[in-house]
Design a binder for this molecule. Structure first.
Ligand code: AMP
Length: 441
């Protein structure tokens, strides 16, 4: 007895003391209903286009073995070196929250024997990604990507088709002023010799490089090309261009991609320092930027060919190409551009109640109206009839159904035309038919 009393006083004390509110984890955010309209708009349009282009949806787990990203994305990359949310499970497995989608999808391609499916296999996906980056505008620690991949076709026309679809999605959702930046980073045949050239070049100017670039020079000299440090960018302005050092196959592939893009009449610019931050790319790499924002560290999306990735993950060698864009960036861009979708939530009918008995009747009437596919709003709190009718107006309801103590006892209901204010008493049994009739009228 004494114990219960003590517990009670502690609970009361806790209640009195205002606790510090808990916030979302740094770099992660809530996406609230008004913004969800724009999210739905972006995702629905992107999905529709992917379906039209023959892509099927794939969903892979958010958590993967860390080794997948070490092997796939590459050890000497920003993502793997600094940005992964990695931890050990209770069973001592090293796992990571996915920082991007392609490695997981390539893993799924191998694991599910998709090389036996009719090729090419076209897949699209959407979902949260996690990178431990410095949060800032347009850059979060949990963000969402929409992406698509084509496995099993080495033809440069496929690269062009992926680039076209990426461009088309932005056109469709209303981000029209975009530019595609394009490069080829060669393959296992030609890249080693180019890397050697780069290493020799940078070694001569090593004293001018930032500490990250100095460290990366021996393992991944390509990454020095897109270092955003001012002094490194200056050094990089005189580097040998990879385009001049591609093998014949890569050169032809790239030339063909450009010709296909010309055929599709989409404009692009060549950017010889575009390498993308992930090791799995071969040949074509590209990014989509909003005109005027190039180089600002906030591309809308990026992608490229990755002919070696499936092999690196233990499958047969299968050529592949893909693209992904950041949903937050697209949504923010649309909001900045003043996109206003019809955000007003409307309800055809609003239920108004007074008293506990009426509230009980309203609960089941609400469900019956929903079952009859009528959109319905309600206020189950204690508001006055006047304040509930004001809510009905806010929801733009055509009809209000009002139940008080008397109606609840009688089995009747008042039906009110919200425009004219005319009211009539009808029986509870006839309410659905009457509402349908009036809504039609
Ligand atoms: P990436 O493959 O790293 O170039 O990422 C592809 C796209 O995902 C970028 O162009 C962005 O739109 C988006 N993205 C990447 N990292 C973030 C982040 N930390 N926060 C928000 N969006 C991101």
């Amino acid at each position: 007895m004494l114990k219960i009393k003590k517990q009670k006083t502690e609970a009361v004390k806790r209640k009195r003391k205002k606790l510090t509110p808990i916030q979302a984890v740094k770099g992660m955010r809530d996406i609230l209903p008004p913004e969800q309209f724009i999210w739905d708009y972006v995702l629905e349009n992107s999905k529709k286009l992917c379906h039209n282009f023959g892509f099927g949806r794939i969903e892979t787990p958010i958590l993967e073995y860390t080794e997948l990203f070490h092997r796939g994305v590459g050890q000497i990359t920003d993502i793997v070196e600094k940005e992964m949310f990695s931890f050990e499970t209770q069973g001592k497995d090293a796992v990571s929250l996915r920082p991007e989608g392609t490695a997981g999808i390539a893993r799924a391609y191998v694991e599910n024997g998709m090389s036996k499916w009719s090729q090419p296999v076209k897949l699209y996906y959407e979902g949260p990604m996690f990178r431990y980056e410095n949060p800032q505008a347009g850059r979060y620690r949990q963000f969402h990507q929409f992406g698509f991949e084509i496995f099993g076709d080495e033809c440069p026309a496929i690269d062009a088709q992926i680039i076209y679809l990426a461009w088309k999605i932005f056109q469709k959702i209303g981000i029209k002023n975009t530019i595609i930046q394009l490069n080829s980073i060669g393959c296992g045949e030609c890249r080693p010799a180019y890397k050697k050239l780069l290493t020799d070049y940078y070694e001569m100017k090593i004293h001018k490089l930032c500490p990250d670039c100095k460290r990366r020079l021996s393992d991944n000299p390509l990454r020095l090309l897109d270092c955003k440090e001012e002094k490194c960018a200056q050094v990089s302005s005189g580097v040998p261009q990879i385009i001049d050092h591609l093998c014949e196959a890569c050169h032809d592939h790239f030339k063909n991609v450009l010709e296909f893009l010309d055929e599709l009449e989409i404009s692009y610019v060549l950017n010889s320092s575009l390498v993308r931050g992930l090791d799995y790319y071969t040949k074509t790499v590209f990014e989509i930027w909003e005109v005027g924002k190039e180089g600002s560290q906030s591309s809308l999306g990026g992608g490229g060919r990755y002919d070696d990735l499936v092999g690196i993950l233990g499958g047969e060698t299968v050529p592949a190409v893909g693209f992904s864009f950041g949903v937050e960036r697209a949504v923010e861009r649309l909001l900045q551009g003043g996109l206003h979708l019809d955000q007003k939530i409307e309800r055809e009918v609003f239920l108004v109640q007074l008293g506990n008995m009426a509230r009980k009747k309203i609960l089941s009437l609400f469900n019956n109206l929903i079952d009859a596919r009528i959109s319905v709003g309600e206020s189950l709190g204690r508001g006055s009839i006047k304040s509930q009718l004001r809510m009905a107006n806010r929801f733009n309801s055509k009809l209000a159904l009002i139940i008080g103590q008397k109606e609840a006892l009688d089995g009747t209901i008042i039906i009110r035309d919200m425009e004219s204010g005319m009211q009539e008493v009808i029986t509870m049994e006839s309410v659905i038919a009457e509402v349908k009739k009036r809504l039609k009228g």
